[in-house]
Design a protein around this ligand. Structure first.
Ligand SMILES: NC(=O)C1=CN([C@@H]2O[C@H](COP(=O)(O)OP(=O)(O)OC[C@H]3O[C@@H](n4cnc5c(N)ncnc54)[C@H](OP(=O)(O)O)[C@@H]3O)[C@@H](O)[C@H]2O)C=CC1
Ligand SMILES: N[C@@H](CCC(=O)OP(=O)(O)O)C(=O)O
Length: 426
């Protein structure tokens, strides 16, 4: 890796080399046997566990700098690599290795009247550039999924995680070498300069797809400058709607979990919607639980009529992804009003209805246009591991190519294959 990239022309040169090397590596990874890819994944997992001390030391540098820079607790929570987190990262790699390899699979093979057979083969996307937040475990997860799907990866993590990502990159390199796969199959960009992001998203000759995981600033830049196709992984303004036909006990437990299980993730509930017919029975209990957990509540006028010590929610609150112990609460007339609210203010990430009414549950599933729509379950389940994908690149809030948690299959595409035996078109 280049460790001295500081001028703009040096960054252009550096990124061009990264792109060229990734393009060359993509061919080898694309044709690699499943056994080699799995050997690499297990070797990376072993290397991560063996390197616990050095990973922690590198991470402490990032955590120290993050604390001095006043990073929010939710950001520090994502940045931290604990011994448990390192084991989870290694386990994630082993789970990806245990997943079936879809590359080369031929489906839908059918004889045509002409005598040829036409089918579809699953193939890698090629070179994938991933831009993500300061969350070091994503470096390992993204490398694993790209590798298993036969792609070369260029990884650009958040600037606050540079030391942690370097240490993880060293483990990835050990694993690739152990399996005889090219070192350039996974490259971690070794500069925090955002000019490298600008280069990456314009290198259409070397990069096939960009996956941006991040907030509005990142996406605005991508929308303005990208020349490479993008699969957006955006913010989560997620909702739980408690219907007046909800089971009270389940609704309270799910709404509490959806907000408090982890504050800083994109699938955390940010706005609670409650049907007016049940608000009086739900809100006093639930608000007390949130307040005891230290969650700041901001409510509509009707919420405040019931619970006067809730702060006022303004129009802006309905749009906000707090990523923090803050929750907006709105009492709505019924499910139709809840669906309208979600359509207007949500971010099409993950939304849940709590109801025992089968017809309403079916309507909610059909009418809410989000990447995951749930019935009687916490929004926190929107996750590749929880959905059985082994791990996830993230949660696509785009509609094309991949939507929701993106795992191995989401990093591949299909091409047509035709089998003939000297067949001629008449
Ligand atoms: N749907 C999903 O799967 C996910 C969504 N998210 C969303 O991401 C957001 C929070 O993450 P946060 O840490 O704030 O993410 P940011 O958007 O601030 O940063 C994410 C990455 O993008 C880079 N970046 C941001 N702005 C620019 C820019 N203008 N030019 C170049 N690079 C840029 C950052 O680099 P730098 O370090 O230099 O700032 C970082 O690498 C939330 O909205 C969350 O929901 C997060 C993860 C997954
Ligand atoms: N799917 C993950 C959360 C998605 C994610 O990575 O979000 P974020 O914490 O915003 O980077 C989980 O359930 O923990």
């Amino acid at each position: 890796m280049n460790t001295n990239v500081d001028t703009s022309s040096a960054i252009t040169r550096y990124m061009t080399e990264v792109g060229q090397r990734a393009r060359a590596a993509a061919r080898s990874v694309g044709r690699a046997e499943t056994r080699s890819k799995d050997t690499a994944l297990h070797a990376i997992a072993d290397a991560l566990e063996a390197a616990e001390a050095s990973l922690r030391a590198a991470n402490q540098l990032d955590m120290g700098a993050g604390r001095s820079a006043g990073l929010e607790p939710a950001l520090l929570d994502r940045l931290e690599l604990t011994p448990k987190g390192i084991r989870a990262m290694a386990q994630g790699l082993r789970e990806v290795a245990a997943q079936a390899d879809p590359v080369g699979e031929i489906t839908d093979l059918k004889y045509r009247p002409s005598g040829i057979q036409v089918g579809r083969m699953r193939v890698p996307l090629g070179v994938i550039g991933i831009i993500y937040e300061s969350r070091p475990n994503v470096t390992a997860d993204a490398a694993a999924l790209c590798l298993k799907a036969g792609n070369a990866a260029i990884l650009r993590g958040g600037s606050e995680a540079l030391n942690s990502n370097r240490a993880i990159a060293a483990c990835i390199q050990q694993g690739l070498a152990a399996a005889g796969l090219p070192a350039d199959a996974v490259q971690v960009i070794d500069t925090a300069d955002r000019a490298a992001v600008g280069e990456l998203i314009r290198m259409a000759e070397y990069v096939d797809v960009i996956v941006p995981r991040g907030g509005k600033g990142l996406i605005e830049r991508i929308s303005r400058e990208a020349r490479v196709p993008v699969i957006k992984h955006l913010d989560g303004v997620c909702h739980v709607y408690i219907d007046d036909r909800a089971n009270l006990e389940k609704a309270i437990a799910v709404a509490f979990n959806a907000k408090t299980q982890r504050y800083g993730t994109c699938n955390t509930m940010e706005t609670l919607l409650v049907a007016e017919g049940i608000a009086e029975r739900v809100l006093p209990v639930l608000c007390r639980m949130y307040q005891e957990a230290g969650v700041e509540l901001r409510g509509c006028a009707r919420t405040r009529d019931l619970i006067p010590d809730v702060n006022v929610a303004t129009e802006d609150d309905w749009y906000v992804e707090y990523l923090a112990p803050i929750l907006a609460i709105r009492v709505v007339e019924d499910m139709n009003a809840a669906i309208d609210h979600i359509a207007l203010y949500g971010s099409a990430h993950t939304d849940t209805i709590m109801t025992e009414d089968y017809s309403r549950a079916r309507r909610f599933l059909r009418e809410v246009d989000s990447s995951s729509v749930m019935v009687n379950a916490s929004t926190r389940f929107a996750d590749g591991g929880e959905y059985g994908l082994g791990a996830e690149i993230g949660i696509s809030t785009d509609k094309l190519h991949a939507r929701g948690p993106v795992g191995i299959e989401g990093l591949t595409t299909l091409k047509f294959v035709v089998l003939g035996d000297g067949h001629l078109r008449c």
